[in-house]
Write a protein that binds this ligand. Structure first.
Ligand code: GLC
Length: 653
């Protein structure tokens, strides 16, 4: 049976010949493309609002080509002024990680809202028949993590371990308020990557290696962020990165994902069904490429028309806007940072061209005028952008009018973050040590114990989560602070490198270990480097060596953005806590260590914990020290004893 689309085209061409010319040609898919598309179960389209659609059509009819191309362009705040937004009819802006108003890391909230207002007002001064409101996107991926003073929640790897989508929903609500406090209306979250190899530098942005866990938490965050779309505490969500970001070969960031059509859809598509069912309004495309079953190279996702148009828009009936990633179009064959007709024809609607947005506009106008891109495709993109803006109510109520704009209290929710920290830390070992009784004399070692950057990880004030210090986190509690609070400051001695005091003078040692904060490709542990904490951070094994085996029990707490070989560290600990990246309220871990108020661990690993320093990816049972879903509690004590350590090779075979 002919698809509804083709039938309507046939009808239209007989009755009104000019209409047929206005519609983009129906794509003629190749056999591999048809195979790729068919692997995704079809979805029913959501009902559109005919009144909105009529308004959209009327606006588009009144737009010049320049105004349309400006509308599909997304520039970065370091590269565009409000007046240029007006002059070039820009539809959307963003700030990348580590970009703040006037590039002031400590920019007060008033500077954020003033800049947002300046851009918003400039867009409405456009000379278009119908000026179109601007939207500003920001990477609020664990709270509004760009703003000094904001609460940063545990990163997704820990939230996945909490197995509590309702908690994730509440974090979404809190994050949306925090984003609206800055006068911004769009969060580039959630990531619904289903990570298959923890070498990837973005593993911590993933909820789990289990597609079902990712789908449930992704949906919860979208519902939390978007609310009703029109409320003062609502923002647009951006489910990302479509698709296959978590499945690249050896976990290489922006690399090649090799999977059959079925596995690609079943594993890496899992988060998109629930996202679309949740009404997500934007989808961000992924940097990676996809080779189907290792034989058919589709190339980079940003040029993959079968997946972006054939699957996302036609088969899954996504009717919101599709946004590219940061300069990602340059990776498409034949494209550059500012010129990519292939990405436009693939079905992307908004182009994140942070710096070279002016030449992108010039090049795209030339593409349309030369017929390399149809105006119908541009119209489709503009209509989708307008649809999202109408759904967010921007034509009736500017973001700035929201009641949270400029409200510093909306940036913070300490109790929620503390709850999330307690629910996301996994107890891997406890040989009769925890919870610690009051009155213990405690030696705390490890510089991560008193480090907001270490406990927060990447995407924290800066892109990498580095070049920051405790002064950049005025609200929150380090684990050292929490231990002092829970046990009494007088009972706690702190020695960052563990050398200042003989452990024998204490009842217990708490050692806090960490990965260096990282984001994206800078966090990759590239094969053949062993994925072993003590190899990457030998000083931490040495630190444990100074305090372990001295007749005083040791609790180790590890901050990491991934599960990683650590059997040697676990064997030098009587108790071991995988805290992942708890954020600004890491001090709440102390309440678990103390059992304050009968608190107990509840988290279960969202990724398997490797027994080898050279994991092959995919978490095979033979490579797992602790399976996904493992986690001890005080209520169900288990004696772990000494685990078998596997040698850490100089390089992985
Ligand atoms: C980055 C990331 C993406 C982020 C975007 C904007 O490269 O891939 O997750 O939303 O750029 O900062």
């Amino acid at each position: 049976m002919k698809s509804r689309y083709v039938l309507s085209l046939a009808l239209a061409s007989s009755a009104f010949p000019t209409i047929a010319a206005a519609r983009p040609a129906a794509p003629q898919w190749t056999a591999p493309e048809r195979e790729a598309i068919a692997a995704w179960p079809a979805r029913k389209a959501a009902r559109m609002d005919p009144a909105i659609e009529r308004r959209i059509a009327a606006i588009v009819r009144g737009m010049t080509l320049e105004q349309k191309v400006g509308q599909i362009t997304q520039a970065e705040i370091r590269s565009i002024t409000p007046d240029q937004v007006r002059q070039y009819h820009i539809g959307t802006i963003l700030n990348g990680g580590g970009a703040w108003p006037a590039m002031n890391k400590h920019a007060p909230l008033a500077d954020w809202t003033a800049l947002a207002d300046a851009y918003a007002k400039a867009a409405l001064k456009s000379d278009a028949k119908q000026p179109i409101p601007l939207i500003w996107g920001i990477d609020a991926v664990h709270g509004n993590n760009n703003v000094v003073g904001a609460t940063l929640y545990p990163h997704n790897i820990g939230l996945g371990a909490a197995h509590d989508p309702q908690l994730v929903y509440r974090i979404g609500r809190a994050t949306a308020k925090a984003v609206r406090a800055t006068g911004i209306g769009w969060a580039f979250a959630p990531t619904v990557a289903v990570v298959q190899n923890q070498r990837w530098g973005r593993t911590y942005e993933s909820y789990s290696s289990d597609p079902a866990q990712v789908a449930a938490n992704g949906r919860a965050l979208i519902e939390g962020l978007q609310g009703t779309l029109k409320g003062d505490g609502d923002v647009l969500a951006s489910v990302k990165h479509f698709a296959g970001d978590g499945g690249t070969f050896r976990g290489i960031d922006q690399g090649e994902t090799r999977a059959s059509a079925g596995d690609f859809a079943r594993v890496h598509g899992a988060g998109y069904y629930t996202a679309l069912d949740a009404g997500v309004q934007t989808v961000m495309i992924s940097y990676n490429s996809w080779t189907m079953a290792g034989t058919h190279p589709f190339g980079k996702m940003h040029g993959n028309r079968a997946l972006v148009t054939g699957v996302l828009k036609d088969r899954l009936k996504f009717d919101g806007l599709v946004v590219s990633d940061w300069n990602a179009i340059e990776q498409v064959d034949g494209c550059t940072t500012d010129h990519c007709p292939a990405a436009i024809n693939a079905g992307i609607d908004v182009f994140m061209v942070p710096e070279k947005w002016q030449t992108f506009i010039t090049n795209t106008l030339a593409d349309v005028r030369a017929g390399r891109v149809s105006e119908a495709r541009i119209d489709d993109a503009v209509k989708r952008i307008l649809r999202v803006k109408f759904r967010q109510g921007l034509f009736d109520r500017p973001i700035a009018a929201g009641r949270y704009t400029g409200d510093a209290a909306a940036l913070v929710d300490r109790p929620l973050a503390q709850e999330a920290v307690r629910k996301s830390a996994v107890l891997l070992k406890n040989d009769g040590l925890l919870p610690l009784a009051p009155g213990k004399r405690i030696l705390v070692v490890g510089d991560a114990a008193d480090s907001f950057p270490a406990q927060s990880g990447g995407w924290s004030i800066t892109w990498q989560g580095t070049e920051t210090d405790n002064a950049d986190f005025p609200i929150g509690e380090t684990l050292l602070g929490g231990i002092r609070r829970a046990f009494g400051a007088g009972a706690v001695t702190y020695s960052p490198d563990g050398s200042a005091f003989a452990p024998g003078k204490f009842d217990v040692v708490i050692a806090v270990l960490a990965e260096l904060p990282h984001a994206e490709m800078k966090g990759d542990v590239r094969w053949p480097e062993p994925l072993a904490q003590s190899r990457r951070y030998p000083e931490q094994l040495a630190l444990l060596g100074r305090v372990s085996g001295k007749g005083v029990p040791v609790v180790s707490v590890l901050y990491s953005g991934r599960t990683t070989y650590a059997t040697d560290l676990i064997n030098r600990s009587d108790a071991f806590v995988a805290a992942f990246l708890p954020g600004t309220e890491a001090g709440a871990l102390a309440d678990l260590l103390a059992g304050t108020g009968k608190r107990d661990f509840s988290a279960k690993l969202s990724f398997a914990w490797p027994s080898t320093a050279c994991p092959s990816g995919g978490e095979p049972a033979g490579e797992s020290l602790f399976a996904r879903g493992f986690g001890l509690t005080y209520a169900h004590a288990v004696h772990t004893g000494t685990l078998t350590e596997t040698p850490i090779p100089a390089t992985c075979p």
